[in-house]
Design a protein around this ligand. Structure first.
Ligand SMILES: Cc1cc2nc3c(=O)[nH]c(=O)nc-3n(C[C@H](O)[C@H](O)[C@H](O)COP(=O)(O)O)c2cc1C
Length: 216
């Protein structure tokens, strides 16, 4: 693959939120997850787990759980301060119920050797506690899962599929983990809804120089 093809692949991928009814073959889903596991990850620990859900009732159950938490949050008086945004968010909370497939991404806790030392000292050493706080502010397990998800989305796009990375379902973490019977040592990181795209959204990016700085 030359750099132009790679650039096209990266720039033409969009988050897709409307899908055709067409089923997604298991082999494509399996291949996308397999390629995602080649993403860089902390210590090559590979503490991630993926659950591919194709059962419509189960996807609907997860979507209803997310919607019901969104409805609850929107009903709280504090929501009045951001009414318009909250309403929009509430309206879109469970669109993924129409996805032909939904992938749950989970992660176990990853402790590097440094984390182990810091945890052993945090109760009596303020500096160790502070450094541990820095490490916890950008957890390796979540960064690793994110690398896998980003890879998977590109693979899906290359396959002619359309997917969206969904973190908002985390608000129904407890319900989703129960629906999918996830072991207690695994935490939901996100869902990925995927199918054959039935929309072609356009989205741009800020010019790179607005977000980039070189230091020589
Ligand atoms: C960490 C993360 C969380 C996201 N969560 C949601 C979400 O909960 N719901 C949703 O519709 N899109 C979600 N998205 C998709 C973003 O809205 C989308 O990537 C962004 O608007 C840029 O659009 P594009 O992916 O088409 O380039 C998420 C993306 C990322 C990376």
């Amino acid at each position: 693959m030359n750099i132009q093809d790679l650039e096209k692949l990266i720039k033409e991928r969009r988050s897709i939120r409307q899908w055709k009814k067409q089923e997604v073959p298991d082999e494509l889903l399996r291949k996308a997850v397999e390629l995602a596991t080649w993403a860089p990850n902390g210590g090559n620990y590979q503490g991630w787990r993926f659950i591919i859900v194709k059962k419509k009732e189960m996807i609907e159950k997860m979507a209803s759980a997310v919607q019901s938490v969104a409805d609850k949050i929107a009903s709280w008086p504090e929501a009045m301060s951001w009414q318009e945004d909250v309403n929009r968010y509430q309206k879109n909370a469970s669109f993924f119920r129409n996805a032909p497939a939904c992938i749950g991404v989970f992660s176990g806790v990853y402790q590097s050797p440094m984390d182990k030392v810091l945890v052993a000292r945090e109760s009596f050493d303020r500096e160790a506690k502070e450094i541990l706080g820095f490490r916890r502010s950008a957890p390796t397990a979540i960064q690793s899962a994110a690398a896998a998800v980003a890879t998977m989305l590109l693979v899906f796009h290359h396959m002619g599929l359309g997917a969206v990375w969904l973190v908002s379902p985390i608000q129904a973490k407890k319900e989703i983990e129960a629906i999918l019977k996830v072991p207690p040592d695994m935490d939901l990181i996100c869902l990925i809804a995927v199918g054959y795209p039935d929309e072609s959204p356009q989205k741009g990016r800020k010019p790179v120089d607005q977000v980039l700085e070189f230091v020589y």
